[in-house]
Design a protein around this ligand. Structure first.
Ligand code: SD4
Length: 305
């Protein structure tokens, strides 16, 4: 049956496993996650494996290797991961490492901290066996050099139809986890960190309730602790769809239409029952879902405008 908000409700049954992720690059990412989920693996392992796919893909210019640099030519990466027991790890402003999500996992597992940034995060990665690499591809370098001619900084709505990848999964055992990884806003100010490595902003998971993740202009997501807000709304019995809608509408209400017209923000959410939803400000944000028996699909998110 369908609720008034178009969310699939499975008559009280729990649908699992399920994995959802942002944008079209979520399709191959979900496939990698599904290999683990369908074999009875953990959601936590699935989300890490899933988002590593776009991190390593040089064609995806908004995540990991091949990500567009900041205005000084540095590719700086933000990522975080959260499991079903409130454990979480994060890296921000990390350079030269292709898989920041795996460094974030190591921060979670091997340190008493949640978040490492910059030089310290790089040193930690190298000490933990990660390889130092040049992440600036020739084509991303060209795009940056082209941008330098005007040096005009404007957040772009629906950057080439892909952006940050955020992923939430529910495994066979009914446990939730999430991951989020990005190279951030293209040509950002050096030192800028967005919402994606911030637990509660770019990603949040509460295994009693559900998980949510965000894409778009991180500054606006941070202001409302966006992913945490979506999860807290689901705790109050909002469906994932209703919770994403309320979070987007809160940004529009608080910031006004003049701001909202110029920026894109999208949230996706998955609850403990395997129901999912999404909402964004502008059209053309898609999210990918992999579930049984439907298989893999790409869904056009509903939008405020
Ligand atoms: C950020 N939410 O850094 C991320 C990525 C992004 O356009 O939105 N890029 O703000």
């Amino acid at each position: 049956m369908r609720s008034a908000f178009g969310v699939r409700i499975i008559d009280g049954a729990v649908r699992k496993p399920v994995v959802i992720s942002t944008w079209r690059h979520g399709i191959p990412a979900n496939e990698a996650a599904w290999k683990i989920l369908s074999a009875g693996g953990k959601a936590f392992d699935a989300v890490e494996a899933g988002v590593r796919v776009p991190e390593a893909d040089p064609e995806v210019t908004s995540v990991g290797y091949g990500g567009y640099p900041d205005r000084d030519g540095h590719v700086t990466l933000d990522a975080c991961i959260m499991d079903d027991k409130y454990n979480c790890g994060s890296v921000a402003y990390l350079e030269h490492i292709m898989h920041p999500i795996s460094v974030a996992r190591k921060v979670m597992e091997n340190t008493p901290h949640v978040m490492l940034a910059g030089e310290g995060a790089l040193r930690f990665a190298l000490d933990n066996g990660f390889k130092k690499e040049n992440l600036l591809t020739e084509s991303s370098k060209k795009a940056w050099q082209e941008w330098l001619k005007k040096s005009e900084y404007k957040p772009v709505i629906n950057w080439e139809n892909h952006d940050t990848i955020g992923m939430i999964a529910l495994d066979e055992n009914g446990n939730l986890s999430g991951a989020c990884t990005t190279s951030g806003m293209a040509f950002k100010l050096n030192g800028r960190i967005g919402d994606s490595p911030i637990i509660g902003a770019g990603l949040y998971v509460d295994n009693e309730v559900g998980g949510a993740t965000a894409t778009g202009v991180g500054e606006e997501v941070i202001r409302i602790c966006g992913s945490h807000l979506v999860v807290e709304l689901m705790r109050q019995n909002y469906t994932p769809q209703q919770a994403c809608e309320e979070a987007v509408k809160r940004i529009v209400r608080r910031r006004g239409e003049d701001v909202a017209k110029k920026i894109q923000i999208g949230f996706i959410a998955l609850n403990k029952k395997g129901e999912y939803g999404s909402y964004c400000i502008h059209p053309d944000f898609q999210y990918a879902v992999y579930s049984k028996p439907e298989g893999s699909k790409l869904i056009d998110s509903k939008s405020y405008y």
